[in-house]
Design a binder for this molecule. Structure first.
Ligand code: NAD
Ligand code: TYD
Length: 356
């Protein structure tokens, strides 16, 4: 790859939840890199996530769409981009059930467009170049209770339009590597939590609703299992794989931290009630079982042995303290939550529950 002083990295989706942590991580840790945040600023993108680094001399923001080949061609050439960390996506499973075409457009066509722009600009001069595709463990499908966690050889078996679109984008990334020689790495992370996550996802949704004394919607029987990882541990893993991962390889990223949804919600009730000074059990009454998500995957769990063995990555955030700090962050950032849960968000939720 390019020597440390020559790096210009395009981070797509850098105004979203994980992308903003990745941008902050790289801007702070590598002051001699130029980090360009390329984001369309959909409902999920928010430049308020990056106010602390927005004036950093090694950071710039470009408003754009990953489906726009002309813009990407010009940007890569003008800025001499030699690294791409691709996070831009539609990321919410429930939205994908309502609008699968949007997910195909952004996640599949958008990724293909970005691959093509990189291929054209790098023009077989692969030395010093890298395309890092940020994928998800959801492409592997769903595990039963006793199954071994997903590893990098687990066959793909996506069930939701979201995971199908991510799986398809992964195949295009590998096809560009195998067919044209594009230098790529892929990462498959489990569910992330932490500051700046949109309150349409389980953890921030529950924190927000407990504060507002609103119902906590549990899909189905609440026994679905997710493996939770702190978002800063994910950013660190991306740093390791981007710099030192082997060309053409995939790496799973996860917390080794499986929880049933209902237990996460109960833990959140305890943490939020404690921080708000409510008596124990005060918000238990908010738990509300609702119709299950269509095609709801039972369990995700990831085997991260390859990442640990090859690159020495281990997560640094113990779950309960990480979650406690996350709860505190949301309570201290009520204004941020208010801004991202505006009218469009409320309308989306009203429509979603009317559909069920
Ligand atoms: P997010 O929804 O919070 O952010 C997505 C970002 O992409 C937003 O800033 C949005 O404005 C931008 N974007 C959307 N369409 C775009 C387009 N056409 N052009 C340019 N920008 C566009 O998502 P997230 O949760 O931060 O996830 C980021 C990536 O990580 C995604 O690729 C997702 O599949 C993957 N991932 C997420 C998780 C998780 O737990 N959230 C876990 C594993 C993998
Ligand atoms: P989510 O945060 O949407 O992530 P993903 O679907 O990518 O895993 O959901 C996490 C789990 O929580 C998932 O099993 C669905 C469930 N869930 C609920 O029970 N209620 C909710 O309101 C939401 C948003 C999710």
């Amino acid at each position: 790859m390019a020597s440390d002083r020559q790096r210009c990295i395009l981070v797509t989706g850098g105004a979203g939840f994980i992308g903003s942590h990745v941008v902050r991580h790289f801007v702070r840790k590598y002051p001699y890199y130029h980090i360009i945040n390329f984001d369309k600023l959909t409902y999920a993108g928010n430049l308020e996530n990056l106010t602390d680094i927005r004036n950093a001399p090694n950071y710039s923001f470009v408003h754009g769409d990953i489906c726009d080949l002309g813009t990407l061609r010009a940007l890569l050439r003008e800025q001499k981009v030699n690294g791409i960390i691709h996070l831009a996506a539609e990321s919410h499973v429930d939205r994908s059930i309502r609008d699968p075409f949007l997910f195909a457009r952004t996640n599949v066509i958008g990724t293909l467009t970005l691959l093509q722009a990189a291929r054209e600009y790098w023009d077989k001069q692969w030395e010093g170049k890298r395309f890092h595709h940020v994928s998800t463990d959801e492409v592997y499908g769903a595990l039963e209770l006793g199954d071994a966690p997903f590893n990098e050889s687990t066959p793909y078996s996506p069930h939701s339009p979201y995971s199908a679109s991510k799986a398809s984008s992964d195949h295009f990334v590998r096809a560009y590597h195998d067919t044209y020689g594009l230098p790529v790495v892929l990462t498959h992370s489990s569910n992330n939590y932490g500051p700046f996550q949109s309150p349409e996802k389980l953890i921030p949704l529950c924190i927000h609703n407990i504060c507002e004394n609103k119902p906590l919607p549990i899909y189905g029987n609440g026994e679905n299992i997710r493996d939770w990882l702190h978002v800063q541990d994910h950013a660190q893993a991306i740093d390791e794989v981007f710099h030192r991962g082997r060309n053409g390889e995939s790496y799973n990223i996860g917390g080794g931290n499986e929880w049933e949804n209902i237990d996460i919600v109960k833990l959140l009730i305890r943490l939020v009630d404690e921080q708000l000074g409510h008596p124990a059990g005060h918000s238990d009454k908010l738990i509300t079982y609702v119709a299950d998500r269509a095609g709801h995957d039972l369990r995700y769990a990831t085997d991260t042995g390859k990442l640990r063995r090859e690159l020495g990555w281990v997560p640094q955030h113990p779950f309960e303290s990480g979650l406690r700090e996350t709860v505190q962050w949301y309570l201290e950032h009520a204004e941020w939550v208010k801004n991202v849960t505006g009218c469009a968000y409320e309308r989306y939720y009203a429509e979603m529950y009317n559909d069920k």
